[in-house]
Ligand binder design. Structure first.
Ligand code: ATP
Length: 198
C-alpha cells in the first residue's frame, strides 16, 4: 500500500494544476470531488436512498441527481444537509479508502478541498497545501468559472482561512508565480516525498 498524502487548498488555489503535474510523474491521484460525484451516479445505492428520503423530485427525468433542486432543498430545510451527508459521507469515505489502497505508485495523493474540514485528513499521513495569495485565487477562479468576484469572495469567506490551513499542513507550496514556477516547486517536493516513501 502506498503512503497517502493529502493535497488541499482554497478555491482556485491550484489544486488541480498541482495534481495534474503529479499525475504526469506517475503518481496516482484520488480526487475526493470526483468520488463524491461517483457515489451519487445513476444506479448507485446512495442515489436510491436520496430518492427514498427526499422524494423523486430530487431526480432529473433521466434519473440523475438534480443538483440545483437538491441544493435549494438543503438551503430551505434545516436538517436536510445532515440527512444528505449521512447518506453520502460514509460511502465517499469507503470509496476513497478503497482507491487509496489500490494505488501502486511510490506514494498516492488524496486531493480534497475539504481535507482539514472533514475527517478525510485521518486517511493521510501528511498534507500538502497549495497556498495562493487571495488576490490571485480571486483572479484565477473568476477567470476560470466566469463567476463574479463577489461570489468567489463569498465562498472564500466560508472556507477555512489561509492562516489556519498553513498551520495544519505538513508541506506548503506557494503558488504565486506562473505554472512553470509551480511545477518547479512541485518537482522539489516530489523528490523529497520519493525519498520518504523509499
Ligand atoms: P477549485 O477548488 O476551485 O476547483 P483548484 O484549487 O483546483 O480550484 P485550479 O483549477 O488548479 O484550482 O486553478 C484555478 C485556475 O488557475 C485554473 O484555470 C488554473 O489553470 C489556473 N492556475 C493555477 N495555478 C496557476 C499558476 N501558477 N499560473 C497561472 N495559472 C494558474
Amino acid at each position: 500500500m502506498s503512503r497517502a498524502i493529502g493535497l488541499t487548498g482554497g478555491i482556485g488555489s491550484g489544486k488541480t494544476a498541482a495534481s495534474d503535474w503529479f499525475a504526469t510523474q506517475g503518481i496516482v491521484v484520488v480526487d475526493a470531488d470526483v468520488v463524491a460525484r461517483e457515489v451519487v451516479a445513476v444506479g448507485q445505492p446512495a442515489l436510491a436512498e436520496i430518492q427514498q428520503v427526499f422524494g423523486a423530485e430530487m431526480l432529473n427525468t433521466d434519473g440523475s441527481l438534480n443538483r440545483t433542486v437538491m441544493r435549494e432543498h438543503i438551503f430551505k430545510t434545516p436538517d436536510a444537509r445532515q440527512q444528505l451527508e449521512a447518506i453520502t459521507h460514509p460511502r465517499i469515505r469507503a470509496e476513497i479508502i478503497q482507491q487509496l489502497a489500490q494505488a501502486d505508485s511510490a506514494y498516492v495523493l488524496l486531493v480534497s478541498p475539504l481535507l482539514f474540514e472533514t475527517n478525510q485528513y485521518e486517511l493521510v499521513k501528511d498534507s500538502i497545501l497549495i497556498d495562493t495569495p487571495e488576490q490571485q485565487q480571486l483572479k484565477r477562479a473568476s477567470q476560470r468559472d466566469g463567476q463574479t468576484v463577489d461570489s468567489i469572495q463569498r465562498i472564500m469567506q466560508v472556507q477555512m482561512s489561509r492562516a489556519e490551513r498553513k498551520q495544519r499542513a505538513t508541506y506548503i507550496v506557494l503558488n504565486d508565480g506562473d505554472l512553470t514556477h509551480l511545477h518547479a516547486e512541485l518537482a522539489k517536493l516530489h523528490q523529497q516525498l520519493l525519498l520518504i516513501a523509499s
